[in-house]
Design a protein around this ligand. Structure first.
Ligand SMILES: [Zn+2]
Length: 327
């Protein structure tokens, strides 16, 4: 009797010892191993996550602000789904890979601002403060296009190339037109040789703006025994050269006669403007251009000894003094 009793007591002891051990083991397993989640997107398994809440937060942040500057929002077709997994041997978790997969299905919308003349977008800036500064500075400088300048808010899936405020202003600034005060008319024979120069003022009825601002390094007229058929305006290499008035590009390319890279714009009624020695050209023959539009960039190509714009005004092929109209 006593023996049985002892045996019973010791087996109760053993059972409780085993129970305590099991609880400890389970506790240890739960404590050491975090639960693992199987993640799927659009019904397709994309990996095992080790830290669901961290991954979810990363995805939420991505949707809210993307992963670069200027992101307006990110559009995801579907959110990932999580399913709790039993611990399996050899499961590899890859939260970073899952995140990249989710990201690759997202479409990022960027927000930035276009500066437009009327509705035509000319260039882009990164934020509204910059856009306002550009418009403000063009107004302060009394740019002749100041009433056409608009800010357009852009939501696009691709980023544009951004200009600084300074670059944007120098690109868009158009000198106020100088009124032609002398209205003397002159009959010009059509078909005159192109090397003809005129010393009379022809009223062309067009208000020109300055193609570049800078100092005039050589004027129209007699120079070193010959006649300089235009004016030279010294400006740094790469300065944008702007159309003096609305027109159509009639030539854009290399000229063997010493002009180097040359752009010619026809303004109608036999009036043409020439832009010589350019470093590069931004327009093509046949293209319509508006006053102030960038045609090319200052350089020293052709028969030139330094960076400058050689600017000519021709009426029916006869070269006029550009300073009768502008500068
Ligand atoms: Zn010249």
């Amino acid at each position: 009797m006593k023996k049985i009793f002892v045996y019973l007591r010791s087996s109760v002891k053993l059972i409780s010892l085993i129970a305590i051990a099991m609880v400890l083991i389970i506790a240890a397993v739960v404590f050491i191993y975090k639960p693992i989640y199987s993640v799927s997107l659009n019904g397709e398994f994309i990996g095992y996550s080790q830290d669901k809440s961290k991954l979810q937060k990363k995805v939420n942040d991505y949707i809210k602000q993307g992963d670069s500057e200027n992101v307006a929002f990110v559009q995801l077709d579907n959110l990932p789904e999580y399913k709790l997994c039993l611990l399996k041997k050899g499961i590899v978790t890859n939260d970073d890979e899952i995140y990249e997969k989710i990201k690759s299905t997202g479409v990022t919308y960027y927000k930035y601002y276009a500066i437009a003349l009327d509705t035509e977008e000319k260039l882009y800036v990164q934020n509204f403060t910059d856009a306002e500064a550009v418009v403000e500075q063009l107004k302060q400088k009394n740019s002749s296009n100041k009433d056409k300048v608009n800010i357009i808010e852009k939501y696009e899936t691709e980023l544009a190339e951004f200009k600084t405020v300074e670059d944007a202003v120098s690109n868009l600034y158009v000198e106020p037109a100088k009124k032609v005060t002398v209205a003397k008319t002159n009959t010009v024979r059509a078909g005159s040789a192109t090397n003809n120069t005129s010393s009379k003022v022809v009223n062309i009825g067009i208000n020109f703006i300055k193609p570049v601002s800078g100092t005039i390094s050589s004027r129209y007229g007699s120079r070193w025994g010959t006649t300089h058929g235009g004016i030279d305006i010294a400006a740094p290499y790469g300065t944008p050269i702007k159309a003096a008035a609305d027109g159509v590009v009639s030539k854009a390319g290399w000229n063997n006669g010493g002009y180097g890279y040359l752009v010619v714009v026809s303004h109608g009624n036999g009036v043409e403007t020439y832009y010589g020695h350019c470093s590069s050209i931004a327009v093509a023959a046949g293209q319509k251009v508006s006053a102030g539009q960038v045609l090319s960039y200052v350089g020293s190509t052709g028969d030139s000894s330094g960076n400058h714009l050689h600017f000519e005004v021709r009426v029916n092929g006869v070269r006029q003094n550009p300073q009768n109209y502008v500068y």
